[in-house]
Ligand binder design. Structure first.
Ligand SMILES: [Fe+2]
Ligand SMILES: [Fe+2]
Length: 412
């Protein structure tokens, strides 16, 4: 097969991206397109970019809705690399026979087709051509893959001239093909600035709404460079440990923790982001392993299966993610039960876990409103709900939760 590779931040995926994929397929030059959301895009460093798993799952949702997974697939390959994403590395890895064959088969492509020898085209806009040779190791990129260039109407680039120029620069004639696309005037940066996502497909608008993405109250501008770096790295690392729903839940909880910290004590911004993001990191480990880790951290304090992941999470945060701050490790340890004398960080993470935007277990309007004005009042509402649930099921409430309830004035 001829396979088009379409990389980008996709933050968010929009009609412009859609028209490029459609145009590439309609051109007949490629039989399939693999969309590759960047891990960290070297051209878009800084804090403005959303965490990679958000962009990856959002793109998958959109591609499924738009193309029904029919010859258009989304790859997570750039998550496999730490640090920044570079086009050459991505093409090298994805074009390896073992990788591409397995990838295509796992996306429903028949074995005989998946096992063919494939040729690759890197899909890009014509506006990129005048500076393409400045890309890192551009000459090697065009030795591994052709370039499939989308001609945007009125972009002012003379493609024939550029081809001649690139041939001179590289000393050989790169395989450059072109295709036409409808002019879609859509730019992610403008959408985010104006909070107007009208030029994204409905599936993307729903995803943004569900996770309350691009909310300025949770901007990474509010944390240190170090915490922002860690956040990006942790979210990618967590991708290996957690399924889609739980991973998005933990990222949401991290960002909501940041919002709460920024309201109640800005000194906690960094720690809240990290603690919230890692709070459920151990939840999908084997139960026996969770039990072992929980025992290591807290002895017999947590024995119920559902609680093990909290102390185990603290152990994992320390051992796997390198977190040494005791307050962060405590906030993770007690996020399920609470405890007496909760620190503000404990309270923030407890609440963010219960109220992050994708939570739909109850109507949380009142709790969410209170959480940004009176954190203890919001906690009381949340814990009362827990208490009622336990009572209705005839279950015992954990002694740490009893201490917590006493502290915030809930009668037993
Ligand atoms: Fe949890
Ligand atoms: Fe959670």
């Amino acid at each position: 097969m001829n396979i088009g590779l379409f990389g980008g931040a996709f933050d968010p995926w929009h009609y412009g991206h859609e028209s490029i994929v459609k145009g590439a397929l309609q051109s007949g030059i490629v039989d399939a397109v693999i969309v590759i959301p960047s891990g960290r895009n070297p051209f878009k460093t800084g804090r403005v970019m959303s965490a990679a798993p958000y962009r990856y799952y959002m793109t998958r949702t959109a591609v499924e809705a738009d193309f029904g997974n029919n010859n258009v697939f989304v790859s997570d390959i750039e998550f496999m690399y730490s640090g920044l994403s570079f086009t050459l590395t991505t093409i090298k890895e994805i074009s390896k026979a073992t990788y591409i064959r397995t990838f295509l088969k796992s996306n429903g492509v028949k074995g005989s087709r998946a096992d063919e020898n494939h040729s690759f085209y890197w899909i890009t806009g014509s506006d990129v051509l005048p500076t393409f040779d400045k890309w890192r190791e551009a000459d090697k990129i065009v030795q591994l893959a052709g370039l499939l260039v989308a001609k945007r109407p009125g972009d002012g680039v003379n493609i024939e001239d550029e081809m001649v120029r690139l041939e001179t620069v590289f000393g050989f004639k790169p395989d450059i093909r072109t295709f036409d696309i409808d002019g879609v005037d859509a730019a992610s940066s403008v959408m985010k600035k104006d909070s107007d996502f009208g030029k994204t497909p409905e599936s993307v608008r729903e995803f943004i709404k569900l996770h309350d993405m691009y909310n300025p109250d949770r901007s990474l501008e509010l944390v240190s460079d170090d915490a922002a770096e860690k956040f990006y790295d942790y979210t990618i690392k967590l991708y290996r440990y957690l399924g889609e729903k739980r991973l998005l839940h933990t990222i949401n909880a991290g960002l909501l923790s940041l919002e709460y910290a920024n309201i109640y004590d800005k000194n906690l911004n960094d720690r809240a982001l990290i603690a919230g993001t890692l709070h459920d990191c151990a939840k999908e480990l084997d139960e026996s392993l969770q039990r072992e880790m929980a025992y290591k951290r807290s002895g017999d304090t947590f024995v119920d299966k559902k609680l093990l992941h909290s102390p185990a999470g603290a152990v994992m945060a320390a051992d796997e993610f390198g977190v040494s701050d005791p307050e962060i490790l405590d906030a993770i340890t007690y996020h399920t039960t609470g405890r007496g004398n909760m620190t503000l960080l404990d309270k923030i993470v407890y609440l963010a876990d219960k109220l992050e935007p994708s939570r739909t277990y109850a109507d949380l309007t009142e709790e969410r409103k209170l959480a940004v004005t009176d954190i203890d009042a919001a906690l009381r509402l949340c814990v009362l709900r827990v208490k009622k649930k336990f009572e209705s099921k005839g279950l015992d409430i954990h002694p740490l939760t009893v201490d917590f309830m006493d502290d915030i004035g809930i009668m037993n």
